[in-house]
Write a protein that binds this ligand. Structure first.
Ligand code: TXA
Ligand code: MG
Length: 324
């Protein structure tokens, strides 16, 4: 890694810098940008391929659903169903370090990879004026996890991002918008309002007590990947209702074959005819959902290589096949 050339992708947060950053996003690229919590690794949340690149850059071994950032409450309402609780919580804490999980609107037009196939979506209007300006200029919702490699601490300066993520030519962001140090320095609180009982999925700057003032009862769930797994306490994951069989080379009678690469002639869909793992990740949830339509006795999925994004794809397929 040539550390001498890498800082050159750090861009000043003036108007030309913001416009340049917005252009990269509009063109399906990756950027790092500041919010009041931590720096985010952002991409157009409507673009499956761009979202796949986020997972690739972070080297995440699994697909966790990501937070989608919007500049205003009106934008948020176009993406998710807000009930009275959600309206109240959003009015109380947005813009700010709170992400709200809500039912996705059918016409949201968001990538399915962004919510890892779920029918819910985590939304946030950040308090950072710079972040909101970028969101306004970009004219699209921006999906952004923290801009660090998986397993490393979240970055609160542009330099931290540069140290943690790969270079642009090596799957890293095309540029890092430098807004100085983050004021909160801790990820947003995540509250799930997609079900009748509100639950706190991740503690953060907005406290449980702050939320309880508005919500009354609040279940504290544990969605942390590294925490011990207790059933019902983790982030829910999408799994098809149709039985799924992995490492399949041909379909059995009644099964639909989901192919990969060039040896999948009888496949209904092919995750990537060229054997490209970024393309496969981008297609995974949309194709699974289409095949999971009740007309097939089973879904057979072709073998997927285990390197790079193949890890996360195999992780999800394995768990879906086990009917976790
Ligand atoms: O402060 C933050 O939230 C930063 C900045 C960049 O905004 N972003 C961030 O994103 O920390 P990320 O992807 O690292 O964390 C997303 C969290 C995870 O705990 C994930 O499980 C949860 O939000 N989440 C996202 N969508 C969800 C959904 N549909 N259902 C349940 N949990 C969800
Ligand atoms: Mg993180």
């Amino acid at each position: 890694m040539s550390s001498a050339s890498f800082p050159s992708i750090i861009v000043n947060a003036d108007n030309p810098g913001i416009e340049r950053t917005a252009r990269v996003i509009a063109n399906g690229g990756l950027v790092a940008f500041p919010t009041e919590t931590v720096y985010g690794l952002g991409a157009n949340a409507r673009d499956d391929r761009a979202v796949a690149q986020i997972f690739e850059a972070k080297n995440r071994p699994r697909f966790n659903p990501l937070i989608v950032h919007v500049p205003t409450m009106e934008d948020a309402r176009r993406l998710a169903e807000f009930d009275d609780r959600a309206e109240e919580i959003a009015n109380a804490f947005w813009p700010g370090p709170l992400s709200i999980v809500l039912p996705r609107r059918a016409d949201a037009g968001l990538s399915f990879l962004v919510s890892a196939g779920l029918n819910t979506i985590a939304l946030r209007v950040p308090d950072s004026e710079l972040a909101r300006e970028l969101l306004t200029v970009a004219q699209c919702p921006i999906a952004a996890p923290s801009a660090n490699r998986s397993g490393e601490v979240s970055p609160t300066t542009a330099e931290h991002v540069a140290q943690s993520l790969p270079e642009p030519g090596d799957k890293g962001p095309s540029l890092i918008l430098d807004g100085g140090p983050c004021s909160v320095g801790l990820e947003s609180t995540v509250v799930d309002l997609s079900e009748p009982m509100a639950s706190l999925l991740r503690p953060g700057g907005i406290t449980r007590e702050d939320l309880a003032c508005h919500l009354g009862t609040l279940v504290v769930a544990d969605s942390d990947d590294t925490a011990p797994r207790s059933p019902g306490m983790m982030t829910r994951h999408y799994a098809p209702a149709t039985p799924l069989r992995i490492n399949a080379t041909t379909a059995e009678p009644g099964e639909a074959l989901l192919g990969f690469g060039d040896n999948a002639n009888d496949a209904i869909y092919n995750l990537s005819p060229d054997g490209n793992l970024t393309e496969a990740a981008a297609n995974l949830f949309a194709m699974l959902r289409d095949l999971d339509n009740g007309t097939h006795a089973g879904i057979a999925v072709a073998p997927i290589p285990k390197h790079g994004l193949g890890q996360a794809i195999n992780d999800r397929l394995k768990r879906a096949a086990k009917k976790e």
